[in-house]
Design a protein around this ligand. Sequence first.
Ligand SMILES: [Zn+2]
Length: 649
Amino acid sequence: MIKPETIQDIFEAARVEEVVGDFISLRKRGVNFIGHCPFHNEKTPSFTVSPAKGIYKCFGCGKGGNAVNFVMEHEHFTYPEALKFIAKKYSIDIEEEEQSPEQLKFINAQESLYHVSAFAQTNFTDNLTKTEEGKAIGLSYFKSRGFSEATIEKFQLGYCIDNFETFTSHALKSGYKKDQLVKSGLSIQKENRIYDRFRARVMFPIQSLTGRVIAFGGRILSAEKSKAKYVNSPETEIYNKSKVLYGLYFSRNAMLQKDNCYLVEGYTDVISFHQCGIENVVASSGTSLTTEQIKLIKRFTPNITILFDGDEAGLKASFRGIDMILEEGMNVKVVLFPDGEDPDSYARAHSLVELEDFIKTNSKDFISFKTNLLIKEAESDPIKKASLIKEIVRSIAVIPDGIFRSVYVRECSSIMNIQEQALMNELNRALRNKYNDNLKRSSQSFSKPSEPAAIPETEEKFDLSNAEGQEREIIRQLIAYANEEIIFEEEDDRKQVIEIPIKISEFVIHDLRNDDITFFNPLYQKVFDTFGNALEKGVILTENDFIQHEDKDMAKLAVDLVSTPYELSTNWEKHKIPVRTELDNLKHLITSTVLSFKSKKIDQMILDNQNELKVLTDDEDKIILVQKHITLKNISKEINRQLSRIITK
Ligand SMILES: [Zn+2]
């Protein structure tokens, strides 16, 4: 844990334009800097850095935050990693709080695995380039695959000597412990013997997101049938197979830039693509794709293109996995390579232009691809065709977006030459089943009578979230003006007018809390509560407290709220042109905002009440609700009277 004082020092030292400027080139424009956004593709720069506010904001893709957020977003660092990165830039010593013995033990265990993995990688690479055996067997193999020296170096490829204990004894002599070697999976212990897991294999290190070696894949070169072609590290405290994608460290920037990810099968596919010039590529390496891996890709892009070699059986086996990708709301395309070719061999035999061209002309949307492939088998067989429809619909049903679903239904109906309505009926059935399953699962936790089996469809439901505008505006003013004072005038006992100054945050929080008014949007409620809790301790939070908040969602919101695409030119003031700004009449601004928020809330309560009234049968209950209705209407009238008084003032 980094000490709060140190975090404060880091925030104070960090100049957002310097931190961002290390990654992209910025030009000064007025009081701000602008540049091309690193998070989305743009021709005209809309990425703005405001040194005064200490924030960056892209008006193209909406990304924004403080210097620490930028490093987190750009480098995919965790919060502590980003803090350490900036501390290093400004030569701030990190003072860390003492860790519990358990924490220390875990961190030490992880660190020791990182160390031994890095040691092994260096050793394997040395074997490859400096030993006769490595050169003759390993290096010549990589060269035969067309890998250049630069590629071999970039991917840190290596070779493990063909002897039971060359690596293990070298590691032991270098001070590594038996236990450490076994835990990392580099060595295997059987009874009293300890020996190398990867002997006689060429080595592919697997890197973490930040580029540290966390595991290895080893490929045997001899034709011995008794040995597995590939052997991988077992799972360890630093290597969780289902959460790692091979090549992600090398491809993440290209994935962001190209807004697409190519998914291939093996290490060599990834490496050959890089060498050919296509860098937005990762491999699931041996395991079948997991949800965690899909989410990992989604952090960089929602678009995925799966590259298959021409084997139809393998293709069909992967359909289930692709449904998982669709379920995450991602756009899936597939490319089928010609018979006997795979991404690796194709990339080796063709130029970058040819490879890009091939992918472009052959990439097909997954659902239509699947439909086309299956229809061939079912053509004149009605029973097969019926099960084909079910199969296709199952894929469409997992897509979260309704509009996409209906587009696919139309397309598939034309490919399969069956009526759209027939497909639609089947889709609705699948959706109902899914809905019922979910209902069953959720009703197990609280014993509610089960609802009728239907999808909640077009029935008009009152949208509670439509006070969003008012809620957001209150939070914006709270964050921007928390510490500003407004003056209320009141008469004292002797009928003398006295002025009562009150801070905006106090006014808003007390006023809304008095009326038990809460926010529909949970993030706004969180900001409101954070203000309220601090206020109880006598602290008034400011814009900076939120922009620098550890809670990413609150920080992001604060940045979005305080940044406007247009800054007033300083020339206006210079030429004494009067510009009316919010600060000139804060009291008017804040009171009208609070009132219109209340007015909206009351309207909602009236509507809720009316809806409740509709379904009631008991007369006494009805009377209570009617009375409630009248009270609410009166409050609403009063609020609106006050509101119109303020606005016309
Ligand atoms: Zn952007």
